[in-house]
Design a binder for this molecule. Structure first.
Ligand code: PEP
Ligand code: MN
Length: 346
């Protein structure tokens, strides 16, 4: 249950509610930035009748509460003048890993000319083998940041561990929680205390309600700026790296007010299948895409099989641009520079 408080209620009136709940030994959490109280195991509305501090009470019969659409219609994540929400379409692109300055600067230049506002790139990489390339660490963050400053882009990068939070916080605008960390509840909890948006990828084995409960960890800590990312789930078929769960996008739309973007790069794992999956995710209602690109995919130090070159990315964006206006999701804006997209190479 979520209890929405009146915006003009006094501290005394709010304290009266806290006291009532405490006296009844009812567990609750006050989310100050939303001005709501979450009562995860309590559904007796009558006890809260006639309290001045209360604006409305929402009974929510799912395990997740704060991500639910029942009490909130829309989350708009704002980064300067950019909004990421159900009303916009946001594209993030860049390499899987930051490898060197040339790679990142040429990617950043390409993205800015194409009108893309976010550059992605991992500086700390969660690799299956400890002997694989694991990222440049803080030097990688500095390269991303420098390129982003020069080309007026925002940085999206993975926060692999809490010990890295200070550096990642300093150099990135959006902190990505990777698929392997979606169940890292201590990390999620701590990210609930910061004031930067979190891109929460779906665990590769996670059910949708588990993913929304992972979001709840962040939201209940007081950070309302969560963006979900469908990146495919494990299957039995070795011909795809993952199965892009297109159905989960529309399910999230039914259940939650949080924006959801799609990652068809990890969702398929194969470059030739990235565009079809991107178009399908867009058609299913995704609020944006995150795509792995590389100036020379064959030379990528991680995830080279799924990286698109700049021309392939341009072609993908043209496809998305063509279908977006025909979809029934209201006003989506795609900040794409068509003149540049029409060029075959940059
Ligand atoms: C990535 O974005 O490069 C990445 C490691 O993604 P995921 O956590 O979805 O595997
Ligand atoms: Mn990757």
């Amino acid at each position: 249950m979520i209890v929405k408080l009146n915006n003009n209620s006094s501290r005394d009136e709010i304290n009266e509610i806290f006291e009532l709940l405490n006296n009844l030994s009812i567990a609750f959490q006050f989310i100050e930035n939303e001005n709501v109280i979450v009562l995860p195991k309590f559904n007796d509305v009558t006890l809260l009748n006639n309290k001045n501090a209360i604006d409305s009470v929402f009974e929510i019969d799912t395990p997740f509460q704060l991500p639910s659409k029942i009490w909130k219609a829309k989350t708009a994540v704002k980064i300067d003048t950019i909004e990421i929400s159900m009303d916009t379409f946001t594209v993030m692109a860049g390499p899987c890993s930051v490898e060197n300055e040339d790679q990142v600067f040429s990617t950043a230049e390409f993205l800015s000319k194409a009108g893309i506002q976010f550059i992605r790139g991992g500086a700390y990489k969660p690799r299956t083998s400890p002997y694989s390339f694991r990222g440049l660490g803080v030097d990688g963050l500095k390269i991303l940041h420098k390129a982003a400053q020069q080309f007026h882009l925002k940085v999206v990068t993975e926060i692999l561990d809490l010990t890295l939070l200070d550096d990642v916080y300093q150099y990135a605008e959006i902190l990505q929680v990777g698929s392997r960390n979606m169940h890292n509840f201590y990390l999620l909890n701590e990210l609930g205390k910061i004031d930067k948006p979190i891109l929460l990828k779906r665990g590769m084995n996670a059910k949708v309600y588990e993913w929304l409960l992972a979001a709840e960890y962040i939201l209940s800590g007081g950070n309302s700026n969560v963006i979900l990312c469908e990146r495919g789930i494990r299957s039995f078929d070795p011909q795809s790296r993952n199965v892009m769960d297109i159905g989960a996008i529309s399910l999230i739309k039914e259940l939650s007010h949080l924006p959801i973007i799609a990652d068809p790069s990890h969702g398929t794992g194969i470059a030739s299948r990235v565009k079809p999956a991107a178009l399908a995710a867009t058609a299913a209602g995704a609020d944006g895409l995150i795509i792995e690109i590389h100036p020379e995919p064959a030379k990528a130090l991680s995830d080279k099989e799924q990286a698109l070159n700049f021309n392939e990315f341009t072609d993908l964006m043209e496809g998305v641009n063509n279908i977006l206006p025909h979809l029934p999701y209201g006003k989506k804006t795609l900040p794409i520079n068509n003149t540049v997209l029409n060029l075959q190479s940059i």
